[in-house]
Design a protein around this ligand. Structure first.
Ligand SMILES: C[S@@+](CC[C@H](N)C(=O)[O-])C[C@H]1O[C@@H](n2cnc3c(N)ncnc32)[C@H](O)[C@@H]1O
Length: 223
């Protein structure tokens, strides 16, 4: 068994400095685009958002988008690379809020685990979770699930993208999420529907000692 790699916010910051951001996609995520009709809502939360173009795409669909990202460089690149004028406001506790001028996108710069629901001043119809649940350290999963549950509107939907691979070969991140993990973390309080599964192996994963990887997506609702 390969020990799972623990990542702190400082390690993620180093990855942004070293440009080790192979997770970033050059267009909106295809699972989000394909599934949006099934999950759409007016307020969307994007935890651990990086500089994903999904936020732009969601705003273009008319959604109000709120992201959380700990690394300032990622947020600044999002606004700069997309030519989005914005303001930056410092909030109590060292949190910064970057707000687009003409689009309904706000990104809070803070550690997700130090945030409280009051910070966002809303409940969310949709949680768009790609590269988030799979990025956090394994011991944080129970806390993460309860934190996200607390942010969902009663009829809200959580669109979760996971990866599955042989965990004896690689320790993540992204961390693998098995069917058993899904039961452990979502079995008691949620209804879970698997909507997507496909081979997601890329050659860069050879350096992770992997020979296969699949990507799965789930729609999760609170019971
Ligand atoms: C794997 S990337 C995924 C980014 C984005 N969701 C995407 O699909 O491109 C994870 C991101 O979460 C950020 N991050 C990691 N831990 C965090 C935390 N505790 N609070 C807020 N952001 C965090 C990292 O800086 C990184 O940008």
């Amino acid at each position: 068994m390969v020990n799972p790699t623990e990542m702190e916010v400082s390690d993620w910051s180093q990855r942004w400095d070293d440009r080790k951001i192979g997770f970033h996609l050059s267009e909106a995520n295809s699972i989000l685009v394909k599934s949006f009709e099934q999950v759409k809502g007016s307020t969307v939360f994007v935890p651990l958002c990086g500089k994903t173009l999904d936020m732009l795409w969601l705003a273009q669909q008319g959604c109000t988008v709120i992201g959380v990202e700990a690394v300032g460089k990622a947020i600044e690149e999002f606004f700069e690379e997309n030519g989005i004028g914005h303001t930056v406001e410092s909030i109590n506790g060292g949190v910064k809020c970057y707000k687009a001028n003409e689009l309904k996108i706000s990104i809070f710069q803070c550690d997700l685990f130090a945030s409280t629901p009051e910070l966002f001043k809303t409940q969310f119809d949709l949680i768009w979770d790609r590269g988030s649940f799979v990025a956090i350290n394994l011991d944080m999963r129970p806390r993460y699930v309860s934190l996200i549950r607390g942010l969902m509107a009663p009829t809200g939907k959580w669109l979760l993208v996971t990866v599955e691979y042989d965990e004896t070969r690689y320790g993540g991140p992204p961390h693998a999420v098995s069917a058993r993990d899904m039961c452990t973390h979502f079995g008691n309080h949620f209804a879970v529907t698997k909507i997507h599964s496909e081979d997601a192996y890329e050659t860069r994963m050879k350096t992770w000692n992997l020979e296969s990887m699949s990507e799965n997506a789930f729609i999760i609702t609170a019971l």
